[in-house]
Design a protein around this ligand. Structure first.
Ligand SMILES: Nc1ncnc2c1ncn2[C@@H]1O[C@H](COP(=O)(O)OP(=O)(O)OP(=O)(O)O)[C@@H](O)[C@H]1O
Ligand SMILES: [Mg+2]
Length: 346
């Protein structure tokens, strides 16, 4: 049985990987079936995509895979292989100048996988790439995905099995790569209520500190673990976290750029995000909210096979989840609400 990884949660606090049971089962299934197309996993910022890829790497290693995980943006990587040269070259790449290192790591993920495939037949190989589109840029995202597909379809040697998964929180590139059938896109949502409770208990076990009720934290974060971490680091001061988000995203500038009609649409979207897709003229506003990483679109459908881990409910008005579109977390929605109120009455 694979080990549970430990994750940095806040300064001086590490937690054990919680829950995501279904997603881990899905990794076990991938280890058997492989991927015929690269899987592009997308979801809210901080919902746990990187953590899941890293835990997934453990599972694949356990199933006899050579695993290359790279996070070019943060110049981070993990390599589970007995080919020593691979690690050396990844280390060298991280030492390059900012900008160069990112591109090199992204390229190396594909090149090294090709080399591994060329060296031995009957290998099992997994390539896990994190936030790579920001490293290679929107324009090259499509080419990059095609490069990953080529690994699967035109490997230099044979292989027994190959798994390719990419994680992204970036809405813009998703629509670009969606124009081709070179990958399949799969959404992942924040943690389920049970999973979030597990993390809540774990945090208590590790810190021993009192904290707001599970209900309150669920209502604020919608199960997003990074939001929980930010609240923890702000000593549970929700006002601080909301204000921080509003200022960081420059929501004031965004809202003052809207006309009266758009302001009304935005107000309606606070109550029901699906209103953004119901009328064609609201589409531009939706795109802008996606770009600002406030909402996630493209989540229609709640089939188990479509989602990484368990799907969210069809709708949850309290948490800002619609069937087609959802606020990333209730805190994102609240930051918009406050900024709107500040500028347009209240
Ligand atoms: N399954 C989990 N169990 C415990 N903690 C988790 C889990 N998933 C995520 N976390 C915590 O939440 C933080 C954010 O998770 P992570 O970095 O994986 O999110 P992400 O979706 O990759 O974010 P981004 O979109 O910014 O890349 C982690 O540092 C970790 O502390
Ligand atoms: Mg990440």
């Amino acid at each position: 049985m694979w080990r549970r990884i430990r994750l940095p949660f806040a300064s001086g606090v590490e937690v054990e990987f919680s829950d995501r049971r279904r997603a881990l089962e899905q990794f076990e299934e991938l280890a058997v079936r492989g991927t015929r197309l690269p899987i592009v996993m997308f979801g809210p910022e901080g919902c746990g995509k990187s953590s899941l890829l890293k835990q997934g790497a453990e599972i694949l290693r356990d199933q006899g895979f050579d695993v290359i995980y790279i996070d070019p943006l943060h110049r981070d990587f993990m390599a589970y292989t007995d080919v020593g040269d691979i690690v050396r070259r990844l280390v060298e790449a991280t030492g390059e100048a900012v900008g160069v290192a990112q591109l090199k790591l992204a390229t190396l993920a594909i090149d090294l996988a090709r080399e591994l495939l060329g060296r031995w037949r009957k290998r099992r190989i997994a390539v896990l790439v994190d936030e790579v589109f920001q490293a290679v840029g929107v324009d090259l995202a499509e080419v990059y995905v095609k490069g990953l597909l080529n690994l699967i379809e035109h490997p230099p040697g044979g292989y027994e099995n190959i798994v390719v998964v990419v994680a992204t929180s970036e809405g813009l590139t998703r629509s670009r790569i969606g124009r081709h059938s070179w990958s399949i896109q799969r959404p992942i949502w924040n943690m389920s209520r049970e999973g979030f409770e597990e993390l809540y208990e774990e945090l208590y076990r590790v810190t021993g500190e009192g904290k707001p009720s599970l209900d309150r934290l669920w209502a604020l974060t919608g199960g997003n673990p990074r939001m929980l971490s930010q609240l923890y680091q702000a000593s549970w001061d929700e006002e601080e976290v909301i204000t921080h988000l509003a200022r960081g995203r420059r929501l004031g500038d965004f809202i003052s750029s809207l006309n009266d009609m758009e302001v009304r649409w935005l107000e309606e979207a606070l109550e029901d995000p699906d209103t953004l897709v119901k009328a064609r003229e609201r589409r531009q506003l939706k795109e802008k909210l996606v770009e600002l990483n406030l909402i996630v679109d493209g989540i229609e459908g709640r089939e188990d096979w479509y989602w990484v881990d368990t799907p969210p409910p069809s709708r949850d008005p309290e948490l800002g989840i619609g069937y087609y579109v959802a606020w990333q977390t209730p805190i994102h929605r609240e930051a918009v609400r406050r900024t709107l109120l500040g500028q347009h009455g209240g």
